[in-house]
Design a protein around this ligand. Structure first.
Ligand code: FAD
Length: 284
């Protein structure tokens, strides 16, 4: 069973600050860690490898220091690490990130399963897994909480729904996105960490040319979305108590609803209330 695990290096905080001018995340001065959901993804990959054999290749797109998460993953038991790093990849939106990861996985060729976290704690979009699966034209199962069985041809998993779980089977190759907390990721062992730091460690770095992409198709240049403005929405809750008889309160409410900007739903409610108030007067 050959497994590719996608892993992202993220700042060790969920309180992400944004650069007001560029709209990009401010990462300077923050400790970097392996994205938490990715630890769960790797843990499942390690369990599958223990039962069925095979190899685990970690893939990360990021700056040179993202090699740290690959080393950590190898300390946990992954076999190989592949860092996709190139100035041309900088500023990538989720589409350009998925395209770059997809092109690298295409070059790896042999894989039965791709496992990634559901969501990164900095970008927070949860788009990468589904987009990579779409790019590679393979089935995807999201929100996975348990991997029940894997055979040469099929994987059966449990995935979370809003109000329960469902069991889903997919042919292989397939991509799974794993929910945080789905398992208890193991700690890296010292021997594995030391081996990952040795010169002959199976760590490779690929740039744009290595994966055969044009620089205009990746990074900021290849991004389909561009940040126009970033801001923290302000929620103003100004409660107001309407006084008077029921009919007076309803009339005041109608006036308020009628004033709300362009809200056709509000106007419909206002019209209904008006009708009720006119017909029932005090009785609403
Ligand atoms: C216009 C624009 C510019 C941006 N510029 C930058 C920038 O300069 N630098 C920057 O770091 N980010 C930048 N971003 C954010 C970047 O696009 C996202 O962080 C990235 O695409 C991943 O999305 P996400 O964090 O929401 O991941 P999610 O979709 O939430 O992640 C889900 C899973 O996908 C996998 N995954 C996600 N990202 C990677 C990765 N890089 N490598 C391997 N696996 C991964 C992990 O398994 C993760 O758990 C930019 C975004 C936009 C819109």
């Amino acid at each position: 069973m050959d497994i590719v695990v996608l892993v992202k290096q993220v700042p060790n905080t969920t309180d992400v600050k944004l650069d007001k001018n560029t709209g990009n995340l401010i990462r300077e001065g923050l400790e970097s860690i392996m994205n938490p959901d990715d630890r769960n993804a790797l843990e499942f990959a390690l369990q599958i490898k223990a039962e069925y054999g095979g190899t685990i290749t970690m893939v990360s797109m990021g700056p040179p220091q993202a090699v740290d998460v690959l080393s950590e993953a190898m300390g946990m038991g992954a076999d190989k690490g592949l860092l996709l790093s190139d100035m041309a990849f900088a500023g990538a939106d989720t589409w350009a990130t998925s395209y770059t990861l997809g092109k690298a996985i295409e070059k790896i060729e042999r894989f039965d399963l791709i496992i990634c976290g559901r969501q990164a704690i900095d970008g927070d979009t949860a788009q990468i897994g589904p987009q990579v699966a779409d790019f590679l034209d393979i089935p995807q199962i999201t929100y996975v909480t348990d991997i029940e069985t894997v055979s040469n041809k099929e994987v059966i998993v449990k995935r979370r729904l809003e109000d329960g779980h469902e069991r889903v089977a997919s042919q292989l190759p397939a991509l799974l996105t794993i929910l945080g907390g789905a398992n208890n990721p193991r700690y890296p062992n010292i021997g594995g960490l030391l081996a990952a730091c040795e010169e002959n460690a199976p760590l490779a770095a690929w740039n744009a040319a290595d994966i055969g992409v044009m620089v205009n198709d990746v990074g900021l240049a290849g991004s389909l979305t561009h940040v126009i403005k970033t801001y923290v929405p302000k929620f103003k809750r100004q409660g107001e108590t309407l006084e008077g008889t029921t009919a007076e309160v309803v009339r005041q409410l109608i006036q308020h609803l009628g004033k709300s900007e362009g809200a056709s739903a509000c106007k419909a409610v206002a019209a209904t209330c008006r009708l009720m108030a006119d017909t029932k007067q005090e009785g609403i």
